[in-house]
Design a protein around this ligand. Structure first.
Ligand code: ACO
Length: 416
């Protein structure tokens, strides 16, 4: 085993070095504090490995994303979402027999509890779907016992997250809930629960089903991002799986993470309403004092391009073509992308469009309201969160407990 040497205040420390299966190198500093009382400092965890994981590999410098060894480009065009969910959670693509069983298991657990549906109907009509989603997922823990096998909870979460999101949307519009149909695939079922009537023969157009399927797949996992790390953090205290997933939804909500898809559309709308002068906004994004960022650009890990954005850019053209939609926001998005890719500020900082840049335009063309966008991300991400929760649970990981450097006042007397 190789070691890294750290010299601190004249004393030398040997720290073990180990590698992952793609040759990534880590210096194991876990023992440093016990030997030296010093801690390592990395606010925002930009260069800190919190765990070892066999779920997803990303090489941000090369723009690579793979799940369990399969490239996102191959999965996105060849697989169905339920297969990818199986791959992430259980480690392998299902065989034909396993897939039939997995689909049947999901269908057996796809009905949201009647009382939870009533709960959804009591939220205010303007309630954000992410608030409803996190509340109802947390509330599931009050209906289902910890004594049940974990695989049953997993099936419920994977299938019901779609129905909860659709029910939140329909309830906010005063529309009756649509229940899932066993014979439909995951993406088609979800679109029907959103846009079909409870008894209608609404048939989901194939091109929209395929686009939805791809959108779910490209969101399915992304290793130790903010929401997945949150799921692991909460799960490390041995909180139940519903509490852990509800926490993931909350972490995803913010505009710097999953909420960026909503923020991108709002930004494009604002530019359009302001006369479409995208260059003005580009200049604003470069001025720090403006407080404005180009939403949908930049990524903590990708310093080349986000492969998911490339897949969605193409899907966006296909869906808009099929629907015959001419969206001026798409032109603004393309223009912004074009000038950003040539701009010194963006080139220097390696800021490229991320997954959220194009997804919102597709969602809008499909008829989703803007405040549903982040909930769609959460549906796609559920298998990824579960895969990480399950992996950590199987390892019996220690509770997550970072350290800090204290900068407050020293001891002082309580005023008399
Ligand atoms: N527009 C303008 N400038 C930007 C942007 C942006 N979107 N993103 C980063 N920068 C600049 C920063 O001002 C900073 O400049 P400096 O070095 O001169 O100070 C530099 O690029 C690095 O930015 P950080 O904020 O340090 O990068 P970090 O890795 O912490 O943040 C993040 C990554 C949050 C994604 C950021 O790029 C951002 O805010 N993007 C917009 C929001 C967004 O699209 N989020 C979705 C991310 S993908 C996902 O979660 C699904």
């Amino acid at each position: 085993m190789s070691v890294a040497k750290l010299v601190l205040e004249g004393k030398e420390y040997d720290l073990p070095v180990f590698s992952g299966s793609e040759g990534e190198t880590a210096i194991d500093i876990a023992s440093l504090r016990a030997k030296s009382t010093a801690i390592t400092f990395d606010p925002g965890y930009g260069n800190t490995g919190s765990c070892q994981s066999a779920v997803t590999f990303i090489d941000g410098e090369k723009g690579i994303l793979r799940h369990r060894g399969y490239s996102i480009e191959e999965l996105a065009v060849n697989a169905r979402f339920t297969e990818v969910a199986h791959l992430l959670i259980y480690g392998e693509l299902p065989t034909a027999g396993q897939l039939t069983q997995w689909r049947s298991d999901l269908a057996d657990h796809d009905q949201v509890h009647q009382q939870l549906l009533q709960m959804i109907s009591h939220f205010p009509p303007a309630a954000h779907p992410m608030g409803i989603l996190s509340s109802i997922i947390a509330a599931m823990s009050t209906y289902y016992s910890d004594d049940e096998p974990v695989d049953v909870h997993i099936r419920r979460l994977v299938s019901q997250v779609a129905m909860i999101a659709a029910a939140a949307y329909r309830s906010s519009r005063g529309l009756p809930v649509v229940f899932p149909r066993r014979e439909l695939g995951y993406a088609a079922n979800f679109l029907r629960m959103m846009f079909g009537g409870p008894t209608s023969d609404y048939v989901v157009p194939k091109v929209l089903e395929d686009a939805m399927n791809m959108l779910l797949i490209v969101h399915a996992d992304h290793e130790q991002n903010c929401s997945t790390s949150t799921v692991r953090m909460v799960g490390s205290s041995q909180a139940n799986i519903y509490a852990s997933m509800a926490a993931g939804v909350c972490a995803l909500w913010g505009p710097l993470h999953g909420g960026a898809n909503q923020a991108v559309l709002e930004m494009l709308d604002a530019i359009h309403a302001d006369g479409g002068d995208y260059k003005k906004y580009m200049e604003m994004a470069k001025r720090k004092d403006s407080g404005f960022r180009l939403m949908g650009f930049g990524h903590r890990v990708y310093k080349n391009f986000d492969p998911r954005a490339s897949l969605l850019k193409k899907a966006c053209d296909d869906v808009l073509d099929h629907l015959g939609v001419l969206d001026p926001l798409l032109d603004i998005a393309k223009n912004l992308e074009e000038i950003a890719l040539k701009d010194e500020f963006f080139i220097e900082r390696k800021l490229y469009p991320n997954v959220d840049f194009y997804s919102g335009i597709i969602y809008r063309a499909m008829g989703f309201p803007v405040n549903m966008f982040t909930a769609l991300f959460a549906i796609g991400r559920m298998p990824g969160w579960i895969a990480h929760w399950r992996e950590q649970d199987a390892e019996g990981a220690r509770i997550h407990r970072p350290r800090q450097i204290y900068t407050g006042p020293n001891l002082r007397a309580y005023p008399k």
